[in-house]
Design a protein around this ligand. Structure first.
Ligand code: ATP
Length: 302
């Protein structure tokens, strides 16, 4: 439940990483069939929703690179919901952006997901999680997952979701080098039928259910690295830095270029953060943790 204050609601929209990402095949319609382990992490955007006495949708945001118009996924989600429910009242949505952009962290998708929760509450629409997920997939394949959050197995094009146990406690270092990677470019250059090295996603599901951190970190793998790392070797340098700095393992998230490392000791993650900063390998870097539960129990605003 968001922060309730008359006609105004605030929500956190969490970023995700992929603990594992496999592509099963390219479908004849061009979509890729995936098998991914999604995990919410403690990097979030903040969205505020407010009723207005004019009609329509207005977005104000604090980031120069992002559109305020129909091209923003926030706008698309709001429009879809307001059309479906015939909402005549206007809405003002404010975005404080903190999640790296074009990073492989589902920043746009999680903002769209927050719109479903936010408008559901603001206008008392009574949408269930299932209702929201079914509408959300029209905005993007990762939106249904972002609506639920937490830890999940994602299959199909991303719309078949199975909630999983939270991972054991650990510390995360998340670093985005100063390059922008287009998800479209990565998938177009992936040769799904020639992949020989597939991560053991089923084994990771089992390790998650057993609460076995080593079982999880031993199985981290992302087939999209075959495309993105070849194009941007800096990703490999960051991974090596994390591994030599004591990470249990390190991996690129989604289509990249963000890299995350999983650490048992917070001090090691912090020390490694400094080293990566000093070498100028990452423009944005965070020490954080997994976000547990997701919307199985509603995320508390705080
Ligand atoms: P994914 O992990 O789903 O591939 P991503 O992290 O690679 O996502 P995003 O940051 O979600 O990429 O968005 C990429 C592009 O989408 C941006 O360049 C931006 O122009 C557009 N976009 C539209 N709405 C948003 C939004 N609310 N936040 C971020 N990007 C948005």
């Amino acid at each position: 439940m968001g922060d309730h204050e008359m006609d105004r609601i605030t929500r956190k929209a969490y970023a995700k990483i992929n603990l594992g990402l496999d592509v099963i095949r390219r479908r004849p319609d061009g979509y890729h069939e995936v098998k991914m382990i999604m995990q919410s992490v403690g990097i979030y955007d903040r969205l505020t929703f407010q009723r207005a006495d004019w009609e329509g949708i207005r977005i104000s945001l604090d980031h120069a690179e992002l559109p305020c118009d129909q091209n923003n996924l926030i706008y698309k989600a709001a429009q879809l919901i307001m059309d479906a429910y015939g909402i005549k009242s206007g809405v003002e949505i404010t975005l404080n952006k903190n999640i790296p952009i074009a990073a492989g962290m589902a920043g746009g998708s999680t903002d769209a997901a927050a719109v479903f929760h936010g408008l559901n509450e603001l206008f008392g629409l009574g949408m269930s999680l299932q209702d929201m997920k079914e509408m959300g997939v029209k905005i993007g394949a990762d939106v249904p997952y972002c609506i639920m959050g937490g830890t999940a197995l994602s299959e199909g094009i991303g719309e078949i979701l199975t909630p999983l146990s939270d991972p054991p406690d650990a510390h995360l270092l998340i670093a985005k080098p100063d390059i922008n990677v287009s998800t479209k470019f990565v998938y177009e250059n992936l040769h799904a039928d020639t992949l020989t090295d597939h991560p053991d996603i089923d084994g990771m599901v089992k390790a998650l259910n057993e609460g076995n951190l080593k079982g999880i970190t031993d199985r981290m793998g992302n087939v999209l690295e075959t495309v993105t790392v070849k194009e941007y070797p800096i990703i490999d340098r960051i991974k090596k830095e994390m591994l030599s700095g004591g990470a249990e393992n390190a991996l690129m998230s989604g289509s990249g270029p963000t890299v995350f490392g999983i650490y048992k000791e917070k001090k090691a993650a912090e020390k490694c953060c400094e080293a990566i900063r000093e070498q100028g390998l990452a423009g944005q870097i965070f020490v954080t943790e997994f976000v547990k539960n997701g919307n199985k129990t509603e995320v508390q605003e705080g």
